[in-house]
Ligand binder design. Sequence first.
Ligand code: ATP
Ligand code: MG
Length: 660
Amino acid sequence: MSEALANLLNETRQFPPPAELAADANVTAEAYAEAEADRLAFWERQAGRLAWARQWDQVLDWSNPPFAKWFVGGQLNVAYNCLDRHVEAGRGDKVAIHWEGEPGDTRTITYADLHRMTCQAANALTDLGVVAGDRVAIYMPMVPEAAVAMLACARIGATHSVVFGGFSAESLTNRIQDASAKVVITADGGYRRGKPSALKPTVDEAVANCPSVEHVLVVRRTGESVDWSQRDHWWHETVEQASTEHTAEAFDAEHPLFILYTSGTTARPKGILHTTGGYLTQTSYTSHAVFDLKPETDVYWCTADIGWVTGHSYIVYGPLSNGATQVMYEGTPDTPHKGRFWEIVDRYGVTILYTAPTLIRTMMKWGDDIPAEYSLSTLRLLGSVGEPINPEAWMWYRQHVGRGELPIVDTWWQTETGSIMISPLPGVTAAKPGSAMTPLPGISADVVDDQGQSVPNGGGGYLVLREPWPSMLRTIWGDDNRFIETYWSRFGAGASGTGGDEWIYFAGDGAKKDDDGHVWLLGRVDDVMLVSGHNISTTEVESALVSHPSVAEAAVVGATDPTAGQAIVAFAIPRGSTDISGEAGEQLIADLRNHVAKTLGPIAKPRQIMLVPELPKTRSGKIMRRLLRDVAENRSLGDVTTLQDSSVMELIASGMGGGK
Ligand code: ATP
Ligand code: MG
């Protein structure tokens, strides 16, 4: 980027918190002042929300940047914090998980149940020879045993590496090998789109190339037949027969808790390493602060998969460390019908819903009448994560899911940050649709220009983090150099030349500060388009397209252009009933080009717009623009292994035909 991002979008709507929520919020505006006055004392207080076996000697050791140590000398057990302490406090009968399988089977699991299951799994893993420091790969459907497996690893100090259950044998092999996992925990399969989807054959294929793996532990979920070898053990024959007694040992605050690979939207996935004390402190605090989570009364539901960081931090560790009741759902949102999510919200009385823009835009595409068939009256707070949420998608979410009155927290964070970093506080912030608003208390995020200088309000550039935070990644597993290179070498002390002595974390995302200093995420820096000398963000053009009543979802890329350097090429999915045949389609494309020019200015007018049925997405639901760029520039496709559905690309590429 040769200049700061052009600041185009002008969104002025703003929604203050409901008075009732504000009056009873877990966290008030004071938190910002407290953290501002003494950041480390603030985080020390949040660490105090957990149960420690040994108090720390030092809050932060930043003497060897960028390698941080938080709560140095402290010891705790993560599973004890998520389970035992709630049971010991007499809350064992409280529901931890209302689980629903895709076929409609249900399980109600209390904290006492979850504790018992975790103790058994800890004993079984120990019997298989797993000791503290060993790595365990988890390749599971969304069943309660997936959470149990993670908690059991945490309980015995084994480092888990969860691999999303949709990944291929090759992706699984790479991840198992990278971490040298000793045990793999899996299932025969899970239910997806109305039928069993096998997992065990993929594990068999992967493990054949992984000499580090000594045992495979298999949960029976679908009952389909599976091949069996000597290293395989059924969960119900081992874990469920094991003793329910297990005493959790405390581990060092910096003991490795898990490795998780990023979703691979921009590059080869990185094995992000998270540790124990700081990670749990911040996931626990942010669950309490951002979701205003009230363990006594709320029913919380995060729709992410456990294979993504959102599932780690906001299904397992954040909610459980707070003693919350939550919903866990195995399947897809349109099985057996497109109202499945709303049916689940009504059935369990969900009060807090945390989902992704990709799902919200899909729901928009399906039509307003679907959520309208449900009550949704128990909801009191909505959240979004994973991509920038377009203002119109935000408004749709508020209008059609939030009864036109619920607060929405748009939460910016990454696998690397471990926890939410930038977000409204629901009882404090008057949120703007499409803005993540303000860094949380204790977090110092900023937007800087090419030189690493903070941009003034109204300016755009790169999102950075200026101070270490408790749940920050500690390194890339086995690759300290890539860790430094990727995140710490762009600006500040790690940059070559005159970066100063401050270590600055480069997030890889473009952002702007509006006139009030609120933060707007503008998409990946790698995706920014340079059109006739102006840097234009993909997010802003996409949001302009989505603000047209006929568009549900859009992806925009910059393609090489002889006159403008780069020209904007857009791919748009029409809303439910839109007619796009023949001339109507041509007319819509012309309208959309003009609509963007009118909304953002002529510079942002797309050279070309394709109406498409679907967009290429990673398995975590993020749009993969680099593949669209390949199409727009007529190149063969790059790495598609993290793509959700590779046939989408063939559809799009064939539609491009003689377009250029
Ligand atoms: P890779 O790093 O391998 O390309 P990835 O960045 O997609 O994969 P994640 O860690 O799952 O992997 O995603 C984090 C990214 O998601 C952020 O850097 C940002 O680009 C995007 N993101 C997440 N939440 C938001 C949000 N609320 N607003 C805007 N962007 C978001
Ligand atoms: Mg990333």
